[in-house]
Design a protein around this ligand. Structure first.
Ligand code: FCB
Length: 454
C-alpha cells in the first residue's frame, strides 16, 4: 500500500443523489456462507480448488468463512443499522442441485427463502446473483462451462430459484464477472477450476454469455416485473506510452476485456478485430447464439476497482499485451491503483459506447490490512477515503447525465477472498475469524453517517 497523494474532493452527500437511489453492500455465497456440508450442499469447484495444495495462499477455504449461513440475522441487522436499502447476495448452486436432472433441494431453497424474508423485514431490497463462481463440482466433472450442456443445467437452476423467490425478489443478476469465470478460472488458472487453456476459456466465456441470454426470458416468465441484468468487471484502460506498439496492445486488450462482453450483449456480436487476434481460439458459436446473448437488459451492473495500464509484450500470452503494475500512484494493499476518476471515466465511456440504460455499481471497494486497535475499533481511514472519493466521482458523473441508479459497496463483511484466502479484507465490517465477532469499521460508520445524513 502506498500513501495518498491527492486531495479530497468536495465530500459527497446522500441528498446529492436521487431519492430512489439504491444504497447497498454486496457479498457472495462461497465467500461468506460457510456451512459447506450442511443441508445437502454438495461440493463446488471452489471447495475442490481450495483443497488442492498451493492454490489458496493461506491454505484456507470457504468451509466456515463468516458462518453467514447461521449468522445472517446479525449481518442483516448490521446492514439495516447502517442505513442500507438494498443488499446484493448470491445463491450457491451446490445447495440447490446435487446431480444433473435431479430435483431441487428443498432445504437449499428454504435457506434462500428465509434469507430473502430476512432482507425484506429489514428494508433491504434483495438483489440476487445467480452465479458468483461456485459451480457444482459434478458439473465440472462433465466439462464445466466448457460443455454446452452446462447452459441447460444452469437454466434448470435459474428456473428453480426464480420460481421459489420470484414472488419477493424482483432484481436478478445472471452472472458475476464472466471475464473472471472464463479467464482467471480457465486461462490464468488462478481461480477454480484452475485450467490454463485459452481456447477453453473462450468457450467457457461463450457458454456463460449464452446462459445469460437464455436465462433472461426465463426469469421474466417466472418473476412479475422482473428487472434482469448482468454484472461485468471493467477497467478503464490507458496505454503505457504513446508508442504505436503500446497503443495497439491496449486496443487488443480492450477488445477482449471490454468489447468481447459489451459488444455481444448490445447486439454487435464478437468484435471482428479481436476474432482476428485470437484466430483458432475463437469459440464454437451455434446459429441463434448471438441473438440470444443480445436480449435487451433492464440494467447493466458495473464492478469497478481500478484502471489498467497496458504495454506491448511480444510473445507474451494470447494477446501479446501486459498489464503493468501501478507505479508512483496511491494503491491499496494488493497493489490496486486508487483512481476514483477511473470510475467516472469508465461509466462515461460505457454510456457513450452503448447507451445501456440504467446502470448500477454492483461492486466497488478497497482492501487494506486492517487491525483491531487497543480501543476495540478498526480505524480504516484509507477505506473511508476510498469510499468517499468514489462516491464523489459517482455524484459528478451522474450529474453529467450518466444514468447510474445505485451503488453496492464491496463488501458488507470481510470474507474469503478467493485465491488470497483470508489474507485480504474488503469489508465495511471486520470479522474476527477465531470468534466470528463482527465490528463495524470506521469506513462502515462513515457509510452509516452518509446514508443517515448525520
Ligand atoms: C470481484 C469479485 C468479488 C470480490 C472482489 C474483491 O472481482 O466479484 O467476489 O472478490 O472482486
Amino acid at each position: 500500500m502506498t500513501t495518498p497523494n491527492s486531495t479530497e474532493p468536495h465530500p459527497p452527500a446522500r441528498r446529492e443523489f436521487a431519492d430512489d437511489f439504491l444504497w447497498g453492500c454486496a457479498t457472495s455465497s462461497y465467500q461468506i456462507e460457510g456451512a459447506s456440508q450442511e443441508d445437502g450442499r454438495v461440493e463446488s469447484i471452489w471447495d475442490r480448488f481450495a483443497a488442492t495444495p498451493g492454490k489458496v495462499r493461506d491454505g484456507s477455504s470457504g468451509a466456515v468463512a463468516c458462518d453467514h449461513y447461521h449468522r445472517w440475522p446479525e449481518d442483516f441487522d448490521i446492514g439495516r443499522d447502517m442505513g442500507l436499502n438494498a443488499y446484493r447476495f448470491s445463491i450457491a448452486w451446490p445447495r440447490i442441485f446435487s446431480e444433473v436432472g435431479g430435483k431441487p433441494n428443498e432445504k437449499g431453497l428454504d435457506f434462500y427463502s428465509r434469507l430473502v424474508d430476512g432482507m425484506l423485514e429489514r428494508g433491504l431490497q434483495p438483489w440476487a446473483t445467480l452465479y458468483h463462481w461456485d459451480l457444482p463440482q459434478f458439473l465440472q466433472d462433465r466439462g464445466g462451462w466448457a460443455d454446452r450442456a452446462t447452459v441447460d443445467a444452469y437454466l434448470a437452476f435459474v428456473d428453480a430459484m426464480t420460481r421459489r423467490l420470484g414472488d419477493r425478489v424482483q432484481h436478478w443478476i445472471t452472472h458475476n464477472e464472466p471475464w473472471c469465470t472464463a479467464m482467471i478460472g480457465n486461462y490464468e488458472g488462478l481461480h477454480a477450476p484452475g485450467l490454463t487453456d485459452f481456447k477453453t476459456a473462450l468457450q467457457v466465456c461463450h457458454h456463460v454469455l449464452l446462459s445469460h441470454g437464455k436465462a433472461v426470458p426465463l426469469i421474466r416468465a417466472n418473476v412479475p416485473d422482473a428487472q434482469v441484468g448482468i454484472a461485468l468487471s471493467l477497467h478503464p484502460l490507458r496505454a503505457a506510452s504513446d508508442s504505436a506498439e503500446d497503443r495497439a496492445a491496449m486496443l487488443r486488450h480492450d477488445g477482449l476485456r471490454y468489447r468481447w462482453f459489451l459488444d455481444p450483449l448490445f447486439g454487435r456480436g464478437y468484435p471482428a478485430a479481436t476474432l482476428d487476434v485470437i484466430k483458432d481460439a475463437a469459440p464454437v458459436v451455434h446459429p441463434g447464439d448471438m441473438e440470444a446473448i443480445a436480449v435487451p437488459l433492464d440494467f447493466l451492473g458495473v464492478n469497478y476497482y481500478f484502471p489498467e495500464t497496458i504495454q506491448d509484450a511480444p510473445g507474451e500470452g494470447a494477446l501479446a499485451a501486459r498489464v503493468l503494475p501501478p507505479q508512483d500512484v496511491e494503491t491499496t494493499a494488493p497493489g490496486w491503483e486508487v483512481a476514483p476518476q477511473g470510475l467516472a471515466d469508465l461509466l462515461a465511456r460505457i454510456e457513450n459506447d452503448y447507451h445501456p440504460g440504467p446502470m448500477y455499481i454492483t461492486e466497488n471497494g478497497a482492501c487494506y490490512d486492517d487491525e483491531v486497535d487497543a480501543d476495540g475499533a478498526v480505524h480504516d481511514e484509507p477505506r473511508r477515503r476510498y469510499l468517499a472519493r468514489h462516491l464523489a466521482a459517482l455524484r459528478d458523473v451522474v450529474r453529467e447525465g450518466v444514468p447510474v441508479k445505485g451503488y453496492f459497496a464491496w463488501s458488507l463483511v470481510d470474507n474469503f477472498e478467493w485465491a488470497e484466502g483470508y489474507l485480504r479484507r474488503f469489508g465495511l465490517v471486520h470479522i474476527d475469524y477465531a470468534t466470528q465477532q463482527r465490528r463495524l469499521k470506521d469506513s462502515g460508520k462513515w457509510y452509516r453517517s452518509f446514508l443517515r445524513q448525520e
